[in-house]
Every structure is written in structure tokens, then in C-alpha cells.
Design a binder for this molecule. Structure first.
Ligand code: ATR
Length: 280
């Protein structure tokens, strides 16, 4: 190996990606002479950029909006996660072939495992709110958990039904207007929509109806405590924030590119939080 290893995040826009902060922290704490760049590439230039990734000096990359689906079509091989989700967020080279994976499902479950270690013992009924790309990744992660019933509720009912039908019977689609009844039955409630995000829409979450043993997981991480989590906290429910999913999904790429399995620890969390608070 000559020189430092380099990876990047490629997106459009990409300025607000926190991936450089995460990988920069791990490179520094592991004393690795590596580099992690932000590369702004619009859709029309993405296929070329992707094909010449290695010539650009990269051992791999993270792929973010709006390129995740296109990346899934362009890689030489998809791993099981990317095949199941239909989108790629992490790529690396294996025997000269570009391999694509999706670490969002893993990140979602790994953070839940860390935040509520025994959740699998009590969670049988799951409510996923939203039916976009994030919901698809969450559904993939949760569909690997045995003996669960999964409901997907979405503002646009047809998208919920479509996602449910892709799950091959694991999940059932509902309208958002069904949410009160669904929440009343749910052991795990997951928000995958953009509702509650800084500057975004807010809705009244009928969390008062949730069982008192329910776990509420919001994958939105800015703000750190969303209105949904605040309401759930006030009711004394167990809550899980979205930042941990972002941190855990980054583990796979770092491991593939730099050969070390990094830890999601308090130092990393503090570093990324500081950047979020600074509004970078
Ligand atoms: P992502 O890939 O990040 O999941 P997306 O595909 O745009 O992004 O999906 C965003 C999700 O948030 C969708 O489920 C969307 O509902 P629709 O399918 O009806 O668009 C949901 N969403 C966004 N704004 C919302 C709002 N104000 N109320 C309820 N749901 C909302």
C-alpha cells in the first residue's frame, strides 16, 4: 500500500453530511493515516464518478441522496442488505469488484441493541410510521426479527401498501389516520418520516395511547430530542434517538476501508453533537 487510504461521501447536496466528522474522529482516535472527503457530484455525473472511483484514489465511499438507488444499479455486486433494500450507502472493492451494501438497517438495529439491550424479549407488535427510503431500511432490519407483527402507517396510504407488499407478508400497510389504534397496540413505535426535523413539519403524536412498556424510536437526529421523543419521555416511555443509527451505520464502511472495527462511544457522540449544535 502506498500513501494514505482515502474514502469519501458522495452526494448532492453533501455539505451537511456528518460522515466526514464520524470517520475523521475514528481516523484520529485509531491513529490511521487516512482521509475522508466530501464529494459533491450531481446525478448526471454520478455514473462516471462512480466508475472511476478507484482512479480518483478511493478505496471506497459512502453514497448519499439522491444517488443510493443509482449506486445499487452500478455496483458489480450487491450484498444481502442492499439487495433487500434496493439502495446502496456503502461501497468498497473486493478482488477488483465494487461491492455495494446498505448499512442503515444494521445501524438502526445496532443502536436499538445498544440503547435497549433486551428489546427483543418484549417486542412483538411494531409500528413503522412512514414509507420512504428510511422506512424500507428499518423494515428490512426489523423483518429479520422473528415472531413480530409489523404495521406501516403513512400519509400516502398507497406507499405504505406498496412497501408492505414488498415485505412478502411480514408487514401490513395503513393510513396515517389509523395511527391511534396502531399506537395503542405497539411495543415498538418507529418514526421514519421527516416530521419533527428542525425546520420541518410537526404533528400531534397520540403517544398517550401507547402501552406503558412501549419503546419509541425516532430516526430524526436534528434536533436530538424531537417533539415525539419529548412527548414519549414525558409519559415515561423508553425512548431512542436517531443519532445512534447514523453513528452505527458508519461502522461497516470504516471497517472495509481502513481495516479496523471502530466503536460508537461517548467521545464520538459528543463530537458529532457539537457539530450538530454548531449548525454545521
Ligand atoms: P426518506 O427516503 O428519507 O424516507 P422520503 O422518501 O421523502 O424520504 O419519505 C419521507 C417520509 O416522510 C414519507 O413517508 C412521507 O410521507 P408521504 O409518503 O405521504 O410523502 C413522510 N412525511 C413527510 N412529511 C410529512 C408530514 N408533514 N406528515 C406526515 N408524513 C410526512
Amino acid at each position: 500500500m502506498t500513501g494514505e487510504r482515502a474514502a469519501c461521501v458522495v452526494g448532492d447536496p453533501v455539505e451537511h453530511s456528518l460522515s466526514p466528522v464520524i470517520h475523521g474522529y475514528w481516523l484520529a482516535t485509531h491513529g490511521i493515516a487516512g482521509r475522508y472527503d466530501r464529494r459533491h457530484v450531481p446525478p448526471e455525473r454520478f455514473p462516471d464518478f462512480f466508475r472511476t472511483l478507484r482512479d480518483e484514489g478511493y478505496v471506497g465511499a459512502n453514497v448519499t441522496v439522491p444517488h443510493k438507488e443509482m449506486a445499487a444499479r452500478l455496483v458489480d455486486r450487491l450484498d444481502r442488505s442492499a439487495e433487500g433494500i434496493g439502495a446502496v450507502n456503502t461501497v468498497w472493492f473486493e478482488d477488483n469488484l465494487l461491492v455495494g451494501a446498505n448499512s442503515d438497517a444494521y445501524g438502526f438495529v445496532a443502536h436499538l441493541d445498544q440503547a435497549v439491550p433486551n428489546w427483543r424479549d418484549s417486542v412483538r407488535t411494531i409500528l413503522i410510521v412512514g414509507a420512504g427510503g428510511a422506512a424500507r431500511a428499518v423494515l428490512h432490519g426489523l423483518s429479520l426479527v422473528p415472531d413480530t407483527v409489523i404495521s406501516i402507517a403513512n400519509r400516502t396510504r398507497e406507499r405504505a401498501d406498496r412497501l408492505a407488499s414488498e415485505s412478502k407478508g411480514t408487514a401490513k400497510g395503513f393510513a396515517l389516520s389509523d395511527i391511534e389504534a396502531l399506537i395503542a397496540e405497539a411495543d415498538l413505535i418507529v418514526n421514519t418520516t421527516t416530521v419533527g426535523m428542525t425546520g420541518g413539519a410537526t404533528v400531534e403524536w397520540p403517544v398517550a395511547r401507547a402501552p406503558e412498556t412501549a419503546i419509541v424510536y425516532d430516526i430524526v437526529y436534528a434536533p436530538n430530542v424531537t417533539p415525539l421523543l419529548r412527548t414519549a419521555n414525558a409519559r415515561g416511555l423508553r425512548t431512542v434517538g436517531g443519532l445512534g443509527m447514523l453513528l452505527h451505520q458508519a461502522v461497516l464502511g470504516f471497517e472495509k476501508w481502513f481495516g479496523v472495527t471502530p466503536k460508537v462511544d461517548e467521545g464520538l457522540r459528543r463530537n458529532v453533537m457539537a457539530r450538530l449544535v454548531a449548525g454545521d
